[in-house]
Design a protein around this ligand. Structure first.
Ligand SMILES: [Mg+2]
Length: 181
């Protein structure tokens, strides 16, 4: 059995980047809340600035009536809050993913259930595992930069095994999807 087929580590969908997630599909699936990882999902770790495409995507998400909430493990609460303000999102910091509690807190605050929620992130062992433990749908995106925390770099080795053979929407087979940074 391939590691990637173990359900706690399997995402519902794999998309090259957050701005390529089709919003009409989310609406059709009844999604009302998107829980977003911050680092290397919305904000690259090398530039620390959210790309215009991500901001535009969040604007279209709002226009579609879907709420967004950052769910970040980053301990720098000020930076996370600034990103949430810039992106127009709610925020739950110190999320401690893969624990599911922050997802449950966000859903309770927004008054939506797990069947109306999707989590989007760039890490299998934090974002996707947290989503599966919380009972919500999950979308794994490629990291926006090659810069990671040292322990994340170790997790990436395991991710490579889990993601072997997985194709991401929006990129060709065999592409790494990671921009140089
Ligand atoms: Mg991340």
């Amino acid at each position: 059995m391939a590691l990637g087929s173990l359900s706690p580590f399997r995402a519902t969908r794999y998309v090259a980047s957050v701005d390529l997630i089709d919003i009409d599909t989310l609406v059709a699936a009844g999604v009302r809340l998107v829980l977003l990882d911050r680092d290397n999902t919305c904000v690259p770790r090398d530039t620390h600035v959210a790309p215009p495409a991500v901001k535009a995507w969040l604007g279209r998400l709002r226009d579609a009536g879907i709420s967004a909430c950052l769910l970040s493990n980053n301990f720098h609460s000020g930076e996370v809050a600034a990103s949430a303000c810039e992106l127009g999102c709610r925020v739950v910091d110190h999320a401690m993913k893969p624990a599911p509690f922050s997802a449950w807190v966000a859903m309770a605050r927004m008054g939506v259930g797990p069947e109306q929620t999707v989590i989007v992130g760039d890490q299998v062992f934090t974002d996707i595992l947290a989503g599966n433990l919380a009972g919500v749908r999950t979308i794994l995106v490629r990291p926006q930069s090659r810069r990671d925390l040292w322990y994340t770099q170790i997790f990436r080795l395991g991710e490579a095994l889990v993601l072997r053979g997985v194709e991401f929407e929006g990129e060709g087979p065999g592409a790494s999807g990671c921009s140089d940074g």
